[in-house]
Design a protein around this ligand. Structure first.
Ligand code: GLU
Length: 423
């Protein structure tokens, strides 16, 4: 088979990143070939009776990239752009994310090609349940453990869990993570990704010997990840001078009152910043946020937000990637030439899947932890992981992204070597 390329940009980038790091590690050809492919790629069709009585058939996918270390782990997204190649790229990234995080999982990803914004709750439920029934043969607490991703959350996880539990005639809570606290979910899971992102940013300041109280931040995206990252940073004394969402960017040189902004979105029907006011606040164009003079920029919105059209105007000194793939490879090269240090996504946003691991462990044990236990274990793991990648990158004189890939791939490669090639 040899090395693969893909027409799909995300998959091609994932493969290039993998092959580059694998070569630098000196991995054997056979291993490179094994890990450059996915163990299982499942495509399903999902017939659903819509509210108007018509029947539509949706495409759904579940990819398991690797189970060398443990069950495949990764989210399921509902989005019009979902396709098999995208799921494969994201599944591979999950393998590296879980490996780097030091949690006992491989990587998986899935999705349904649909637009949930145009669907009623009943239609979404029927899509979710039929999709769960279709992937039932391949999911399980010890084989493949899905979670929320773009446009899915606690409600979808409960529909999935309920469908599989009824098909199997027993409760199966540990198959899905990201469930509501009232239904086998975990205290702390909602804040986990944002808390992890902020922890990475604060660890970065620590190794650079910079004082958080004298550091400015801008955050693109004020959803679940952006808000909890911002709240944690201001708690540490940092100044967040700019935030944004789809309604625009909001800038205040003396610092945004993050608690007030959080209160504002909590009361807004669509959880948006629209109409947010405080003294000295200026509303600017959404993209202008990227060009503000700031110490740390946190892209917490969509993939490809920093690209070849805007990268040269980015003024931050450091970037901590909260979204998956917020910087395109072309932009990465431009930022690198400008000397901007980047903490890569699969290190910075791994708080979510580490939190999922805690939920799974609690479900298997049937014993729940307190929020304090959850947060202190999360902080401990995130800090250790950041330090490990930082030290490795310093020693090998590589960028943090390359160092993170090398650390993650080496651990999976060891597992494949020890388990041997059988299936
Ligand atoms: N979808 C999240 C991610 O990309 C969480 C995955 C999980 O918890 O399994 O990391």
């Amino acid at each position: 088979m040899g090395k693969r390329t893909s027409e799909n940009v995300l998959l091609d980038t994932a493969l290039k990143n993998f092959y580059g790091a694998a070569e630098e590690l000196g991995l054997e050809d056979g291993l490179i070939e094994i890990l450059g492919n996915s163990e299982r790629k499942m495509s399903v069709s999902i017939p659903v009776v819509m509210d108007d009585g018509s029947t539509r058939v949706f495409n759904g996918y579940r990819v398991q990239h690797s189970s060398a270390i443990g069950p495949a782990k990764g989210g399921i997204r509902f989005h019009p752009d979902v396709c098999l190649e995208e799921c494969e790229a994201l599944a591979m990234l999950m393998t590296w994310k879980c490996s780097l995080a030091g949690i006992p999982y491989g990587g998986g990803k899935g999705g349904v090609e649909c637009n949930p914004l145009e669907m009623s709750k009943g239609e979404k439920e029927r899509v979710a349940r039929t999709f769960a029934a279709r992937i039932e043969p391949v999911v399980g607490a010890w084989s493949d453990v899905p979670a929320p991703d773009v446009n899915t959350g606690g409600q979808e996880m409960v529909w999935f869990m309920d469908t599989i539990s009824k098909m199997r005639g027993r409760l199966e809570p540990a198959i899905f993570t990201g469930k509501p606290v009232s239904l086998w979910g975990s205290q702390g899971r909602t804040e986990a990704t944002g808390l992890g992102v902020a922890t990475c940013a604060l660890e970065l300041l620590k190794v650079l010997e910079k004082d958080p109280k004298k550091t400015t931040f801008t955050i693109q995206g004020f959803g679940n990840v952006g808000t909890y990252a911002a709240l944690t940073l201001v708690d540490a004394g940092a100044k967040v001078i700019g935030i944004s969402d789809i309604t625009g960017a909001y800038y205040c040189k003396d610092g945004i009152d993050i608690n007030k902004a959080f209160q504002h979105i909590s009361e807004h029907p669509q959880r948006l910043l629209d109409g947010y006011k405080q003294p000295g606040l200026e509303k600017i164009d959404a993209e202008e946020l990227l060009f503000l003079d700031t110490d740390v920029f946190i892209p917490a919105a969509l993939e490809g937000a920093v690209n070849k059209n805007n990268a040269d105007k980015v003024k931050a000194r450091y970037i901590v990637e909260a979204a998956n793939g917020p910087i395109t490879p072309e932009a990465d090269a431009v930022l690198d030439a400008k000397g901007i240090l980047i903490v890569p996504d699969f290190l910075a946003n791994s708080g979510g899947v580490i939190g999922s691991y805690f939920e799974w462990a609690q479900n298997l044990g049937g014993y729940f932890w307190t929020r304090e236990e959850y947060n202190s274990r999360l902080l401990h793991i995130m800090k250790g992981n950041f330090q490990r990648v930082w030290e490795f990158s310093q020693e090998r004189k590589v960028k943090m992204r390359r160092g993170a890939f090398m650390t993650a791939i080496a651990r999976v490669a060891d597992a494949v070597r020890m388990r041997g090639v059988f299936l």
